[in-house]
Design a protein around this ligand. Sequence first.
Ligand code: ATP
Ligand code: LTN
Length: 272
Amino acid sequence: MFSGIQPSGDLHLGNYLGAIKNWVDAQHDNDNIFCIVDLHAITLPQPPAELHRRIRDQAKIYVASGLDPKTTAIFVQSHVKEHAELAWLFNCVTPLGWANRMTQFKEKSAEVKGQSSVGLLAYPMLMAADILLYQTDGVPVGDDQRQHIELTRDIAQTFNHHYGEVFKVPEAWIRKEGARIMSLQDGAKKMSKSDPPGCVFLLDEPEVIATKVKRAVTDSGRDVRFDVERPGLLNLLTIYQLLSGSTRDQVEGHFEWQGYGAIKRELAELVV
Ligand code: ATP
Ligand code: LTN
């Protein structure tokens, strides 16, 4: 099992529920390698001192979240030069059109108004190198990374086709629930560090967390159900379900007849 997170911002509940919690839950069933992908982070400008702090904070959060450094390898990507070397080989076998199609590239380059670096376009080949370097079977990530894992598989197959069976073709391990935690302010957008009011950071103070949860936008409605038509409530119930380790039926039963105010109060406590 291999995965990584960029130290490009403070970690949030989406990162935890979509990725880190799944790593922790599966760590005793696999050989594990988890990376702090600093070379990916610098595909967009990073203030050097901030980046340094975040790399260290991220390592601490990995361990604080329950990853066991005795059985799990945790390391900084740039400390292992083979990631960059293999990425170069992949740059040379990947058609430009494949990289141009990546939605994350389109979104991030739009954010910097077309002023993106070559590195931002080459990002997925570095990610493929991270994964394929270790003959990885599974890559636990959130739903937004599905396309990058598909590309990784295509690169592995292309390379193997030309040069013989060198790389294992990995699979995305994406859980059905929690793969896309939504913004607390907009149930149609994923929770993201670029939207602080809708985003619970793991290092937010308890009062800040409680305020963000209590201000979460919900729809008007009475009954408490996991309902795709009510994305605000669905998101809150999903977060509750994952953090409490319950089933959907149990959560619906627990909150039956309760108002949204009560749900938010209890959820805020649980998240804190
Ligand atoms: P942001 O949108 O805040 O910039 P990100 O996607 O850039 O977040 P990454 O460091 O790239 O954050 O992602 C780390 C891991 O967290 C990935 O596996 C990603 O799929 C997962 N992840 C990020 N946001 C969410 C979310 N809202 N819900 C579930 N998983 C998420
Ligand atoms: N692109 C990923 C971060 C990442 C990654 C990886 C995830 C870089 N290399 C290898 C899994 C495996 C993201 O979360 N944005």
